[in-house]
Design a protein around this ligand. Structure first.
Ligand code: CA
Length: 364
């Protein structure tokens, strides 16, 4: 039965005051009324701390707020489609929703990078500021709509770690020939420094490190990295994660599915995502600290900071990579301009607030 006929039947039902009966006779997923079940594919292993639990929590929040009228079934990476196929699955309607990281879709448009994280970009709070108040949301909606998707922030990892290395990184020469897993524009920065950067789904990192297929990998931070057991395959743990200073993760919805929901259901999804975004940031802040303690005290992991001259080279290379990425197409350039303006605004205030405060607190 075609959608056109369905819609006509529904309208007819509403007009005669028998909407419930009409809905019962048509294919349920196209309409707001009645119990619905949406399929959400994700780029994460099942129930992986923070990343995989966030979509589960969103589903629970949505179910509770709709009294079970809207259920979301979660598929881990590889269950319905592969991790990096999640976006296409939602774009084409194979799945209704995805949960992932926008920079995984950078092959479609470089602009997607800015809605997760870019090297030397925004912290979690700065990203929230841009998306919610600095014009980011409107640009994101325009971008996603080109692919029949609408997406929302629904988790944030906070500042990530620089990654796990099987050797010490003491000079820029140590990046030459290094096989490293680093997605997004951070990976491009690595390539400019002579490394061979690859983007692997999380679940493939440990075996690739163990077999020697890669020498180094970033993932997230102590909480998530401990869960994957990277301390068993690499000795040196570097900070900070220049490439992901506050990675925003997202939930996307097929635009036709979104439009078929009631305004109440749409608002519930928006709020479930916003609540999970805030909650994950708190959880990462708390659990990264305790997991770092375990890594260092129990597993004797060697924590290192990138030397100042390495950080400087990473910053200079990142600046070039961002400018070149933004020059790829006019829309990405527009996103970059908006991102830069909001970041400058946040940095101006941060220089007088959080920065001197946290520095002073540490010195006391
Ligand atoms: Ca990462």
């Amino acid at each position: 039965m075609s959608k056109k006929i369905n819609r006509r039947r529904l309208i007819g039902g509403l007009a005669t005051g028998t909407a419930a009966a009409a809905v019962g006779t048509v294919s349920a997923p196209a309409y707001a009324q009645g119990k619905r079940r949406l399929k959400m594919v994700t780029t994460w292993p099942k129930n992986f701390p923070g990343l995989g639990t966030a979509p589960e929590n969103i589903a629970k929040r949505v179910s509770a707020m709709t009294d079970g009228q809207l259920e979301i079934k979660i598929y881990a990476a590889g269950e319905l489609v592969g991790a990096f196929e999640s976006f296409d699955a939602v774009s084409t309607g194979t799945a209704d929703m995805y949960n992932g990281a926008e920079y995984y879709w950078q092959g479609k448009s470089a602009a997607f990078n800015f809605f997760t994280a870019v090297p030397f970009g925004m912290t979690a709070q700065e990203l929230n500021a841009w998306i919610d108040f600095g014009g980011g949301r409107q640009l994101w909606e325009s971008l996603s709509a080109k692919f029949n998707v609408i997406a929302f922030q629904s988790a944030n990892t906070g500042v990530q770690m620089g990654g796990w290395f099987n050797k010490e990184i003491t000079s820029l020469d140590d990046f030459k020939g290094l096989k490293i897993r680093m997605p997004g524009l951070g990976g491009e920065v690595m390539r400019r420094l002579g490394a061979a950067a690859v983007s692997l789904p999380g679940g493939e990192i440990f075996p690739s490190m163990k077999s020697g297929a890669i020498d180094a990998s970033e993932w997230v931070g102590p909480w998530n990295d401990l869960a994957f057991g990277f301390h068993q395959v690499a000795k040196y743990y570097y900070c900070p994660g220049f490439h992901e200073p506050g990675a925003g993760l997202s939930t996307g919805v097929n635009l036709e599915v979104w439009q078929s929901l009631s305004e109440s259901q749409r608002e519930i999804i928006r709020n479930a995502c916003a609540a999970e975004n805030a909650s994950t940031m708190s959880e990462y802040n708390y659990k990264n600290a305790t997991a770092l303690n375990t890594l260092v005290k129990k597993h004797k992991v060697q924590v290192r900071s990138f030397a100042p001259e390495i950080m400087q080279a990473l910053k200079q290379t990142s600046d070039k990579v961002l400018v070149e990425a933004a020059a790829k197409d006019p829309f990405t350039a527009k996103v970059f301009e908006s991102f830069k303006a909001s970041l400058a605004n946040s940095m101006e205030w941060g220089a007088l607030s959080e920065e001197p405060y946290t520095l002073a607190r540490r010195k006391v």
